[in-house]
Design a protein around this ligand. Structure first.
Ligand code: SIN
Length: 532
């Protein structure tokens, strides 16, 4: 069965939903595929907010400078300028569809501050900004008749002209749609569309400890790479400095905005150690704070450090950070009275599918937007709360470019796309391999490819990941696919890309710290990978 649309959007976070809304408003039919429920996305978990210039004391030049400093010499300055400049207009549109950012006592925006920002400029909805944006977008989309939402639909791979015609085929390659697994009944459906937008988020699940939800398995990056699209700067995995440490619960994010309100990091001896690492102390860029915590933990052998916000009163904390306050309370920590145990955890994939400023990838018709993409904004380390900004700005720019592309694509012969051919014969009785390999991959990445790297550790990881790849490849080709297997296949692909990019970079820059090459090279260059 084939479902035909003008535009296929894979992923339902802020990037995908904003893009879908905009292209539908331009008169195009849109299908959104989401592998779980429509509201399950990384966006939903974003606490901090959206960095944008709105205050009288702020200006674009300062926001650009903060972004470039955080990115440690690797940002594309033109991209930074344009994305920062477009921010206020895109925020105005979010307000228009009903988003209510938190306000201060005078009725102005209550601006938060986070690491690396020289000004208060983070618009937020308490500590649940992502959830509020997601809800506003889903509401707007439900009123748009041109958009069809397909939940529990796992995109397996994009379909390209070359994949169908064979590698020797002549003429430019282009995207034609995607095959997707209906996870409720195991059928694989064909979606045909001349435009496909990848907005599947990042790959935090490649690591044992992450602030990301379960869905963050790098699906879009893996699909794009398999389709021969250029992927860039994958070594820059951002570790958030302050995830809640617990031996029983998952790594819940303690927003950097808490430090923006004066919280101080302390080691187990009670010393406020960040002053010794950077002049901005607790509000230094994220790579520096995460490495400082790692160093303190390694020095003392402690399992965590403390985050101390006890100087603020309970009423303030309950109102400004309701989610954090409640979550900690449920674990027996009253954050107004006791310090919070925190550790770094994998948080954001700064690299990804390479795009230009119109969200176009190197494959005709294939777009990428949000965490899945690498525009050049983040460089070697993303400035806090620049990700929601990038998502809304690039969704708009992508939508603007689609009209022209669709006009040209409609003149091309309509493709004949064959149905998915069931690869494997049936079910295996050795499902344990999939479970085991999930754990092994995440442990390997955590132990060998995290905050402090060495060439030896990276090579060790490369060997182990290659083994996992072989085993899971066998599963993929010989047995019927399911969501868990597909996610693992994607994560293994992404882990290979992270390690390959890390091995390419013979310097320490931003989030990539490697003991064998402690210095930064003079000339900054992107690492690039493309399947040949
Ligand atoms: C946070 O609230 O600390 C996370 C925000 C971000 O990752 O930009």
């Amino acid at each position: 069965m084939s479902n035909s649309f003008d535009v296929l959007v894979i992923g339902s976070g802020i990037a995908g939903l904003s893009f879908a809304l905009k292209v539908a408003q331009r008169g195009h039919s849109v299908a959104i595929l989401t592998k779980k429920n429509k509201a399950d996305s990384n966006t939903n978990w974003a606490q901090g907010g959206i960095a944008v210039v709105t205050s009288q004391t702020d200006d674009f030049a300062k926001h650009v400078r903060d972004t470039l400093v955080a990115g440690d010499g690797l940002c594309d300055e033109k991209v930074v300028r344009e994305i920062v400049r477009d921010g206020p207009e895109r925020v105005r549109e979010l307000v228009e569809i009903g988003l209510k950012f938190s306000r201060d006592a005078d009725g102005g925006y209550d601006l938060g501050r986070e690491g690396g920002h020289s000004e208060r400029r983070v618009l937020h909805v308490k500590d649940m900004t992502g959830k509020a944006i997601e809800e506003a977008l889903i509401k707007a989309i439900s009123r748009e008749p041109r958009i069809a939402m397909f939940e529990h639909m796992f995109a397996i791979d994009v379909i390209t002209r070359r994949k169908l015609a064979g590698p020797q085929s002549r003429g430019a390659d282009r995207v034609l749609g995607a095959y997707a697994l209906d996870v409720r009944d195991g059928r694989v459906l064909t979606f045909s569309a001349p435009v496909v937008m990848l907005s599947t988020g990042g790959a935090g699940q490649a690591y044992l400890y992450t602030t990301n939800p379960d869905i963050a398995t790098g699906d879009g990056i893996a699909m794009a790479y398999r389709a021969g699209v250029e992927v860039r700067n994958m070594e820059f995995i951002q570790f958030h400095p302050t995830a809640l440490y617990s031996t029983t619960a998952a790594r819940f994010l303690i927003s950097e905005a808490v430090r923006g309100e004066g919280a101080v990091l302390r080691n187990l001896a009670g010393e406020a150690f960040m002053k010794g690492y950077h002049k901005m102390a607790d509000l230094a860029p994220r790579d520096i704070v995460a490495r400082a915590i790692d160093t303190e933990m390694k020095k003392s052998g402690a399992a965590h450090v403390w985050l101390d916000i006890t100087h603020r009163n309970e009423a303030f904390l309950r109102t400004r950070f309701p989610q954090i306050y409640q979550t900690c309370k449920q674990l027996g920590i009253n954050i107004a009275k006791a310090m919070i145990p925190v550790v770094p955890a994998a948080h954001y994939t700064c690299g990804g599918v390479a795009t230009n400023l119109s969200a176009e990838t190197s494959l005709d018709g294939l777009y990428a937007c949000g965490e899945v993409a690498c525009t050049g904004l983040h460089g070697a380390n993303r400035l806090a709360s620049n990700s929601l900004l990038e998502a809304v700005v690039m969704a708009h720019r992508g939508a603007e470019s689609v009209d022209g592309y669709l006009r040209a694509a409609r003149k091309l012969p309509a493709p004949v796309i064959p149905d998915w051919i069931e690869l494997g014969a049936g079910d295996t009785d050795e499902r344990v391999v999939v479970t085991h390999n999930w754990d092994e991959l995440r442990r390997t990445m955590w132990d060998y490819v995290s905050i402090m790297r060495t060439t030896k550790r990276l090579e060790r990881a490369r060997t182990r990941i290659a083994n996992l790849d072989r085993e899971i490849g066998e599963y993929y080709w010989n047995f019927s696919v399911d969501a868990r297997l597909l996610e693992l296949r994607n994560l293994i692909q992404v882990a290979e890309l992270i390690v390959a990019c890390a091995l390419q970079r013979h310097e320490s820059r931003g989030l990539h710290a490697i003991a064998d090459y402690p210095k930064k090279r003079k000339a900054a260059r992107d690492s690039r990978l493309r399947k040949t």
